[in-house]
Design a binder for this molecule. Structure first.
Ligand SMILES: Nc1ncnc2c1ncn2[C@@H]1O[C@H](COP(=O)(O)OP(=O)(O)OP(=O)(O)O)[C@@H](O)[C@H]1O
Length: 336
């Protein structure tokens, strides 16, 4: 099912929490809503689920306006940040909770539970109580429970934030597989940009209740529309310059720009796109931070004193004070 969110706004008291947000998710796609803590991500999700009402705007699912339809009639599954399993029910009963309400037969429920346990790779756990399974397994049960009644849309609110990084990656990969298999539309809330880039077809970046950009992970990372988006998505080097006619003159070279370009734009180049050339000169290694196989250098221009952040994968770590050259490949430069 495709989802269309049209101009939704929400205030709590006098505080605007969501401001005129619109976006679309195509059927079977996974969209991440990314933003800092308090940006309004959960509020948007809850408005889509119908558990809170927007002050204005509408929610359209598959062409049908569901804005005033109660949550239980929207056919949407919801996975919370913490699994929230019923502690007095075993795994099977937890998964079947929504099916009991929908009056499924015992046989159908058994069959569905088996299917879901296989899908989530937790076969054999059906008779265990929530207190007898791990945190990762609890979240798998919560996902199985949300998928039990074959919802057309799955909303996930930071579902893996309490898991350790390895398990988190594993769960992310599993969600992608499930999404591809079931062709279900997923909206996934996170404040982890790496997680959003790894999982999503598109990312909706919001800040303070406002939409900043909605784009593919690649575009939002390499071609952000503003400096704010660029910074949110990762480390940046911004290079300013002087615009004269159609030429933008900077310390790393001159670039032809389209006619009538706004004069206060900058160039963006990501740290891993700059190359260090030890056979050249003009720049000094000011510091180096080694993170696993990766080295993050602060490199200073001798001529202008500007510092560049450069990331390299190499076993040969350069020492502070060494003079090098920097190469800025033209195709890696983006204009903001
Ligand atoms: N029921 C409520 N009453 C009053 N304020 C609320 C309510 N729910 C959320 N808020 C406020 O709205 C803002 C957005 O909250 P929301 O939970 O949507 O943010 P979020 O982006 O999901 O944050 P996090 O990543 O920390 O979960 C916050 O400032 C929060 O304190």
């Amino acid at each position: 099912m495709n989802i269309e969110i049209k101009n939704i706004s929400k205030k709590f008291g006098e505080t605007k929490v969501v401001e005129d947000i619109s976006f679309k998710v195509e059927k079977g796609d996974l969209l991440s809503i990314l933003g800092e803590s308090g940006a309004g991500k959960t509020t948007i999700l809850r408005i889509i689920a119908g558990t809170i009402k927007a002050d204005s705007g509408s929610i359209i699912i598959d062409g049908k306006d569901v804005t005033n339809i109660s949550p239980d009639k929207r056919n949407i599954g919801y996975v919370f940040q913490t699994p929230l399993l019923f502690p007095h029910m075993n795994v099977e009963a937890n998964i079947c909770f929504s099916l009991e309400i929908r009056k499924w037969t015992k046989e159908k429920m058994k069959e569905r539970t088996k299917e879901l346990l296989e899908l989530l790779h937790i076969e054999g756990l059906e008779k265990r109580m929530p207190s007898e399974i791990s945190g990762g397994q609890k979240q798998r049960v919560a996902i199985a429970r949300a998928l039990a009644f074959n919802p057309r849309v799955l909303l996930m609110d930071e579902p893996f934030s309490s898991l350790d990084p390895r398990l988190r990656e594993e769960m992310g990969a599993l969600i992608k597989k499930i999404q591809e298999k079931l062709k279900i539309t997923i909206i996934f809330v996170t404040h982890d940009r790496d997680e959003s880039m790894a999982l999503s077809k598109e990312i909706l970046l919001i800040s303070k209740g406002k939409k900043l950009q909605k784009d593919s992970p690649k575009n939002i990372y390499y071609s952000p529309k503003t400096k704010e988006v660029a910074k949110y998505m990762g480390d940046c080097n911004f290079i300013s310059g002087i615009l004269s006619d159609n030429l933008f003159k900077t310390e790393i070279g001159e670039f032809k720009v389209p006619k009538n370009t706004n004069s206060n734009f900058v160039l963006l180049i990501r740290p891993h796109q700059i190359k260090i050339d030890e056979t050249r000169s003009g720049y000094l290694i000011e510091s180096c931070k080694v993170i696993g196989k990766k080295a993050l250098y602060m490199v200073n221009s001798k001529k202008t004193q500007k510092t560049f952040l450069v990331e390299e994968f190499s076993n040969n770590i350069l020492q502070t004070g060494v003079e090098v050259g920097l190469i800025f490949p033209k195709h890696s430069i983006h204009y903001i």
